[in-house]
Write a protein that binds this ligand. Structure first.
Ligand code: F6R
Length: 359
């Protein structure tokens, strides 16, 4: 039931702070100890490489997860598009462990990979929102997102829940391997801060309504740029805008602009920079300036500690690994209002289905 909301998407965006709080309580004790099934951690410990597999938004959540597994666990992690990986004859490491990210648990592309690697005897874990879904039943292990049903075709709360659960899993695994960085990472507290930071963005939703009316509704194309995990969020931000507003939108690694794609910038083209990482924020800002001098209408999403005068959205500070949980929310809202203000059916965009059970 949508309750007071005109569309499920807005309801699901709004639910995100609570989804994170619930997830944190489910998988972390009050003093921050992991409640993840030790059998899963034992199986993962034996791995020399993690492979994260997903499609669409779930693939994008996997990209963000790579950084957390490599930083907190120290195991090389590859992230793969399911439909590509299924037919790529990949060379596996000796002891791979597979993580399937799938909101619905029914995505055929991901299922083909699961079946391939199961045949070869490799261990598998499905992270899903749907208990007893096909990929949950067919994998060795399952972790549930418990985000509540996601009805809107455009995925929102499943993306942030997947990232939060990857963080919990990475911390739990790193800690069980005796790694100080993982043990010291106060994730329970951090997820609390994230929930508060998300709420602060959601409370500003009228601002995104305005920005969408002024700059996005009339645009035929738009770009998100960033570096590292900010780039990965850019891919998700652009997908949200494409699928429900039908604007041609792309996420670019900001350093790549000058190698070709800056040719797309025209007078008034909206370009949003995500700059939440201390190491790269100023580089991304420089790249955004270059688009501005070619006529782009620019927006900056930054964090309190990296903020500069004139930034459009300043997110509350959280651990840098977790900023995607916050920086994606403005993009979700911009996509939502652009679709709404164009008079489109936000929850049921053309040509798309909620769960994709064909290859
Ligand atoms: C985009 C979207 C899709 C799904 C993709 C995978 O908003 O929802 O890109 O993320 O079809 O679906 P699941 O996660 O159910 O495997």
């Amino acid at each position: 039931d949508k309750g007071i909301y005109p569309y499920y998407m807005l309801k699901e965006i709004n639910e995100q702070p609570n989804v994170l709080r619930k997830l944190s309580q489910k998988y972390l004790s009050e003093d921050g100890q992991s409640k993840i099934d030790p059998k899963i951690l034992e199986a993962m410990k034996a791995a020399d490489r993690l492979y994260i597999v997903g499609a669409g938004t779930s693939y994008h959540a996997g990209l963000v997860g790579k950084n957390m597994f490599e930083k907190l666990v120290g195991i090389p992690t590859e992230v793969e598009v399911a439909s590509e990986f299924a037919y790529a004859d990949p060379l596996f490491s000796e002891k791979p462990f597979f993580i399937f990210l799938t909101q619905s648990g029914e995505t055929a592309d991901s299922r083909v990979v699961l079946q391939n690697v199961t045949k070869r005897g490799f261990p598998t874990l499905t992270i899903t929102n749907v208990q007893n879904s096909t990929l949950s039943r067919e994998a060795d292990y399952t972790l549930l997102l418990d985000a509540g049903p996601e009805i809107s075709v455009a995925s929102t709360k499943a993306y942030t829940a997947q990232i939060a659960l990857e963080a919990i899993l990475a911390k739990s695994l790193g800690e069980s391997l005796g790694l100080k960085r993982a043990a010291d990472f106060n994730l329970r507290q951090q997820l609390g801060l994230v929930a508060t930071g998300m709420q602060a963005v959601i409370d500003e939703k009228d601002h995104f309504d305005e920005v969408s009316k002024q700059y996005f509704v009339e645009a035929s194309k738009a770009f998100y740029i960033g570096r590292g995990i900010d780039y990965y969020v850019s891919l998700e931000a652009a997908l949200k805008l494409k699928e429900i507003s039908y604007i041609i939108a792309e996420g670019f690694a900001s350093g790549e602009l000058k190698h070709g794609t800056i040719a797309l910038i025209e007078e008034g083209t909206p370009v949003v920079a995500i700059a939440t990482q201390a190491k790269t924020a100023s580089l991304t800002r420089n790249n955004l300036e270059e688009t501005k001098s070619r006529g782009a209408k620019t927006f900056t999403i930054s964090t309190e500690s990296l903020a500069e005068d004139g930034d459009d959205i300043v997110l509350q500070d959280v651990d840098e690994m977790l900023t995607p949980l916050l920086s994606v929310v403005p993009a979700q809202l911009l996509a939502y209002y652009t679709s709404l203000n164009k008079g489109l059916n936000v929850d049921r965009p053309r040509n798309l289905a909620k769960s994709v059970t064909v290859e």
